[in-house]
Design a protein around this ligand. Structure first.
Ligand code: FUB
Ligand code: ZN
Length: 602
């Protein structure tokens, strides 16, 4: 059964609300300010707008980081209006609109370095240029800003760039170009959905929307993995491919020609031939998100199958207890199955990419195992990425390390924008509609409302201290008493299932009970959700109690890196030891650099 997201109307939660207040008041302005002052994103936009031919500072993808931050900020605006933030966002949008080329192209560094190198031509290296990635980030920002504010200027920029992508790449005579950093795959499907649901949006933006073309382009991109000229050989050359590709692109080629992006971008062979998720972990998780989203849009069983295969391999063989992924440092990549050293790399963005992938799978399949992994990331890999001051960050997130530390800003500042993007999205994952009622996916206090044919307007109020003491209450207020199903996710850890494929195990004990109107109640559990299919009257209350006392978790024996070691969890929260104290893993290095350890000797 598919689940359709149902946005939380409010978040009022002892655990999450203070954090959201901090991220709103401190992290969003901090990220926007540092993108401007330390990563030079505003200066670059101004230079591009003026037609400058020198002076760009920073990497090609910094434009995209700005757009990701604006997407996140827009989601915060959607939950709570904030005139200062809205004005700051509008100022950025004016800079972006001024910098865009009349044909829709926008990549400040490529513009300043010269259009001759567009799409990686004439001795350039498209992997570095991130043009399609930046376009995808712009599309996301345009959509989210329009939905939050009703303003369509950024959406107009996004549609213009999306139309240019459709005019440039695709089956012959268009060019065989695919994203060298995934992200645009999901973004273009979302743009197609928006413009199909609300054709007025494109009219508001003053640009022709072409939803069918966006879907066709995503299908082309996914189908074109593995369809390249056969070289260079990434395995043999490593980063030496850079120079080889520059040599290759210096020559003129026909529209079908393109270099191979290797396993790094899952491009050595067609996606059907990959047995498991591989390559650069941020690219791979966002590619999988695109595959799952395209499967949902197209209904094509082939893509559902591929998405499932990659999810299984990621969660069953390559994921850390924190939700971190991408153990291999040189290429920031997935390591082989069961290679899960505790001191591994684990970039913040990769964990967040995996959580977006899991959230999409949860919506498609309505199975709690997917939301379990969203929750794992939310309470662990995500939260650890921003310090308790709201303005210090991590990039790598090893579980055990002799040098746990945070930084104020980074030469590669991709993680804070991804953090804003995910925290902006999280309230949208808490509830969902399903064909026979609605679902509670995450225990986050607050309210939502939905309309039901028989029950009329239904208000649902959740009070939760889930992570602190395991208590959750859900009150249901239908306008009219009526029957519908309420599905409440019972997390895997509370059912004795630490990981759906046995990668991690505990004592397997049940750790939850339920009461309905104060009477103990034993519901049927289906695909990880307790199903309460009954007549609901105003004020009916479901109480859940989880045992969040410490439990010991071990990895299966194939994970040689942590043989003889154990980790400790409390409910969804992974624990670590730092300076002789046991603290949540998300709180490490909050009081300055310090070693920490999640996996300890038994
Ligand atoms: O390529 C853009 C970003 O830089 C990636 O998402 C990160 O992994 C870092 O490599
Ligand atoms: Zn990152």
């Amino acid at each position: 059964m598919a689940f359709q997201p149902l946005p939380a109307v409010t978040v009022e939660d002892g655990f999450w609300s203070p954090r959201y207040a901090l991220w709103r008041s401190t992290t969003i302005p901090d990220v926007l300010e540092k993108l401007e002052t330390r990563s030079h994103v505003a200066e670059n936009l101004v230079l591009a707008a003026c037609g400058a031919t020198s002076g760009h500072q920073g990497h090609y993808f910094f434009d995209g980081l700005l757009y990701e931050s604006l997407r996140g900020a827009s989601d915060y605006l959607a939950v709570e209006p904030d005139a200062t933030l809205e004005a700051a966002v509008d100022r950025w949008i004016a800079l972006i609109a001024a910098a865009q080329r009349p044909d829709g192209y926008l990549n400040t560094r490529c513009q300043i370095e010269g259009d001759i190198h567009r799409w990686g031509d004439h001795g350039a290296f498209a992997m570095d240029q991130h043009e399609i990635y930046d376009a995808g980030c712009l599309v996301e920002a345009g959509i989210h800003h329009y939905l939050a504010t009703g303003k369509a200027v950024l959406l107009g920029c996004a549609i213009r760039f999306a139309n240019l992508l459709c005019d440039t790449m695709g089956p012959p005579p268009k060019r065989n170009l695919i994203p060298t950093h995934s992200l645009a795959e999901e973004a273009l499907v979302k743009l197609a959905w928006l413009l199909k649901d609300d054709p007025e949006a494109a009219r508001e933006a003053g640009v022709e929307g072409r939803p069918d073309d966006y879907l066709a382009l995503v299908g082309f991109w996914l189908d074109s993995h593995g369809r390249h000229c056969g070289e260079p050989d990434w395995t043999a050359l490593g980063w030496g491919v850079r120079e080889r590709i520059r040599e290759m692109t210096a020559a003129t080629h026909d529209s079908l020609w393109r270099p191979c992006w290797g396993d790094y971008q899952m491009d050595r062979v067609p996606l059907d031939e990959y047995e498991s998720i591989e390559g650069h972990a941020v690219r791979a998780t966002l590619l999988c998100l695109g595959i799952a989203t395209y499967a949902q849009a197209s209904g094509d069983a082939r893509w559902f199958g591929i998405a499932n295969r990659f999810w299984r391999s990621m969660v069953g063989r390559k994921m850390y207890l924190s939700g971190g992924v991408g153990a291999e440092p040189t290429f920031e990549a997935f390591a082989p199955d069961f290679a899960l050293p505790p001191n591994a790399y684990l970039e913040t963005c990769a964990a967040i990419g995996s959580a977006f992938f899991s959230a999409r799978m949860a919506g498609i399949f309505g199975d709690g195992k997917y939301m379990d992994e969203v929750e794992r990331v939310a309470y662990n890999a995500l939260l650890t990425a921003v310090g308790s001051d709201g303005r210090s960050y991590t990039y790598q997130n090893p579980l055990n390390t002799a040098e746990g530390k945070r930084w104020e800003w980074h030469g590669c500042p991709c993680c804070p924008p991804m953090f804003l993007k995910f925290t902006g999205a999280l309230p949208g994952f808490v509830y969902a509609r399903c064909t026979d009622g609605f679902a509670i996916n995450l225990f986050v206090g607050g309210e939502t409302v939905f309309d039901d044919d028989a029950a009329g307007r239904v208000r649902l109020v959740q009070r939760s201290s889930y992570a602190e003491d395991g208590h959750v209450s859900i009150k249901v207020y239908p306008e009219n008493s009526a029957r519908f199903a309420l599905r409440i996710r019972i997390p895997g850890w509370a059912r004795g299932v630490e990981n759906p494929y046995g990668l991690y195990v505990s004592d397997g004990r049940r750790r939850w009970t339920m009461a309905l109107d104060e009477e103990a109640f034993e519901p049927m559990v289906e695909k990880g959700y307790a199903v309460l299919d009954r007549e609901w009257r105003s004020g009916d209350t479901v109480m859940l109690t989880f045992d969040v006392s410490e439990r010991i978790v071990r990895a299966r024996e194939e994970v040689a890196d942590v043989a003889g070691r154990v980790a400790r969890m409390r409910g969804p929260v992974l624990m670590a030891s730092e300076n002789g104290k046991t603290i949540p893993y998300y709180a490490v290095a909050n009081n300055g650099p310090a070693p920490h350890e999640v996996w300890t000797q038994e």
